[in-house]
Design a protein around this ligand. Structure first.
Ligand code: CU
Length: 71
């Protein structure tokens, strides 16, 4: 069993709760993501994921596919 990693990803381009919900769904839908919570006011996505299945880069790509910028 591999260790779960926690990261904070800065997400820009979100304007409302619909946006943060879309980012959460994009991240949660990835195989290997245990949890994804987006703080709209702080513009940060808090993600717990399995590094054996995904990289940080994969998480950022999912955010960008949903239409937002990840840093
Ligand atoms: Cu929105």
């Amino acid at each position: 069993m591999s260790e779960i990693k926690k990261v904070e990803i800065r997400v820009t381009g979100m304007a409302c709760a619909g946006c943060s919900g879309a980012v959460e769904r994009a991240l949660s839908g990835l195989d290997g993501v245990k949890s994804a919570n987006v703080d709209l006011a702080r513009k940060i996505a808090y993600v717990e994921y399995d590094p054996a299945k995904l990289t940080l880069q994969d998480l950022k790509r999912a955010v960008e596919r949903a239409g937002y910028k990840a840093a």
